[in-house]
Design a protein around this ligand. Structure first.
Ligand code: DX5
Ligand code: ZN
Length: 244
């Protein structure tokens, strides 16, 4: 895809030095920052599939789970501090891996988030949430987990700015890239040529080719960049392969 953007995920960075880590990424040529807010546990894939079967394709569906992922990172107070430290320029893509995404829209907007990316699996009313995010002045990202069929996202595709196809089970950095998610990306690219499509999970120099080929243009990369001695060259490599 032409004009790919690279958004380092700082989940695997030194969270005690988050501001400095973000600055290091921006100084290394990051196009935006992918900030993972996560909390709570995911339903099992099997249970999830059964629920998805029961849901009708065009209707919104709702999975009431207490928890979304088995991990916690940070919330809007930290985002507010990052905004103060980093200034107005950096684009903050909030990846909200939380089970009631409705409740953080306003606080995140006030804290200085630019884009609010929520999980389709986590809400019963995506339409209302999309509207609320826009009314709060943010861009809208819609994410699906590996177990979620891409067709469920389609009804919302014309109302969102970005679709996020997860290429690992959400929760942790450093997991293995799931190549079998690429048909989802390809399908979305074919159906919605101008939609921004983000991939997240296990993306780095070894896997970027597949993402680019499938049509992703917003590339999240966590450990591959954070753990490198030379993040600048990893970022520019990812961008150049992706934009070929
Ligand atoms: C996973 C997060 C990702 C993660 C990516 O739940 O959404 O953003 O930090 O890290 P890597 O690139 O290491 O898989
Ligand atoms: Zn993420």
């Amino acid at each position: 895809a032409s004009g790919c953007k690279i958004g380092p995920s700082i989940l695997n960075s030194d969270l005690a030095n988050l501001g400095a880590e973000c600055l290091r990424m921006l100084d290394s040529g990051a196009d935006y920052l992918h900030l993972d807010t996560l909390l709570q546990k995911v339903p099992s894939r099997k249970k999830h599939k059964i629920i998805m079967k029961q849901a009708s394709l065009m209707n919104s569906f709702f999975i009431r789970v207490k928890h979304f992922v088995p991990n916690i990172t940070f919330g809007h107070p930290v985002v507010e501090s990052l905004r103060k430290q980093l200034g107005q320029d950096p684009f903050f893509d909030m990846h909200m891996m939380v089970s009631r995404p409705e409740q953080w829209v306003k606080p995140m907007a006030v804290a200085g988030a630019n884009q609010y990316t929520f999980h389709l699996e986590a809400t019963e009313n995506p339409g209302a949430l999309i509207k609320d995010i826009r009314e709060n002045g943010m861009k809208v990202g819609l994410a699906i987990k590996p177990g979620t069929t891409v067709e469920y996202l389609a009804p919302w595709a014309n109302q969102i700015d970005m679709a996020l196809v997860m290429t690992v089970e959400p929760g942790f950095g450093g997991q293995k890239f799931m190549e079998d998610m690429m048909p989802k990306v390809h399908w979305l690219r074919t159906q919605f040529p101008s939609l921004d499509i983000e991939v997240d999970g296990g993306v780095g120099p070894d896997t970027i080719h597949k993402c680019a080929e499938a049509g992703a243009n917003m590339i999240v990369s966590g450990s591959a960049i954070m753990r490198s001695e030379d993040p600048r060259s990893v970022i520019s490599l990812l961008r150049s392969v992706c934009s070929e």
